[in-house]
Design a protein around this ligand. Structure first.
Ligand code: T5A
Length: 216
């Protein structure tokens, strides 16, 4: 365990359109039915303050400098960790967060080329040092992920140049190489049902001693 709380902290990461949100919605129903106490949440926008920050960050055409972007994602996370994630971990819940600090490293670090040491310091500050026990990367070619998104509905980040999205994906793969014990990688180009099966398998193997996953 990487934190001192009774709960379990899992994060999901990946480039645009990799299918995290779809998968986590499917999983939520199964956790509910199995009576596993859980919190499913997301970065950015998990709290009322975070929703305002999310709007500022993702509205197309909104001018946001790279440093302001980094600080806004960090502010969102500071509120999220304090208001929702730590209280749920204190209650012993399985917390599943759709994006977390690795998104900041991949997007603002590798994507925007901001200083990785600075990002690491901000990540530690904004999370009170809370790190996930397991992180699942939904890996997908940038073109495929962007191709899955609704045409014309692209937000400010999705509208970035394809080179930016290539750097983000590469960033994730570097993170996996640096810390392989924390990561599991799913090939997100597979069919929805195959990805769901793999996701359930990974979670139940990792946390079978803490929750009864037999019914999911
Ligand atoms: N960001 C975030 C940063 O830059 N820094 C940070 O620190 C943080 C936290 C957040 C944006 O902010 C950036 C990253 C993002 O650009 P968001 O809307 O929360 O914005 O972003 P995403 O999490 O990327 O949401 P997406 O919708 O883009 O991706 P998902 O959730 O991975 O994909 P999902 O499930 O919505 O699926 C997309 C489409 O694909 C289909 C779905 O039906 C849907 O239409 N699909 C599949 N199609 C075929 N086969 C499959 N296996 C499929 N799975 C899903």
């Amino acid at each position: 365990m990487t934190h001192g709380y009774p709960g379990t902290f899992l994060t999901l990461e990946g480039p645009e359109g990799a299918g995290k949100t779809t998968q986590v919605k499917l999983l939520a129903g199964k956790l509910e039915a199995a009576g596993i106490p859980h919190l499913i949440t997301r970065d950015p926008g998990g709290t009322p303050l975070g929703k305002q920050i999310r709007r500022a960050l993702l509205t197309p055409g909104n001018p946001v400098s790279p440093m302001a972007e980094l600080l806004l994602y960090s502010a969102d996370r500071a509120q999220h960790v304090d208001e929702l994630i730590i209280p749920a971990l204190k209650e012993g819940k399985l917390v599943i967060c759709d994006r977390y600090t690795d998104s900041t490293v991949a997007y603002q670090g590798y994507g925007r080329s901001l200083d990785l040491n600075l990002i690491s310091q901000l990540n530690a500050m904004s999370t009170q040092g809370l790190t996930p026990e397991l992180t699942i990367l939904f890996d997908l070619e940038s073109e495929k992920g962007l191709g899955r998104l609704h045409p014309g509905g692209h937000d400010r980040m999705e509208r970035e140049a394809i080179e930016f999205h290539h750097r983000v994906r590469q960033g994730y793969l570097e993170l996996v190489k640096k810390e392989p014990q924390r990561w599991q990688v799913i090939d997100a180009s597979k069919a929805l049902s195959a990805v769901q099966e793999e996701l359930k398998q990974i979670i139940s193997t990792a946390f079978s001693q803490r929750f009864n996953f037999a019914a999911i």
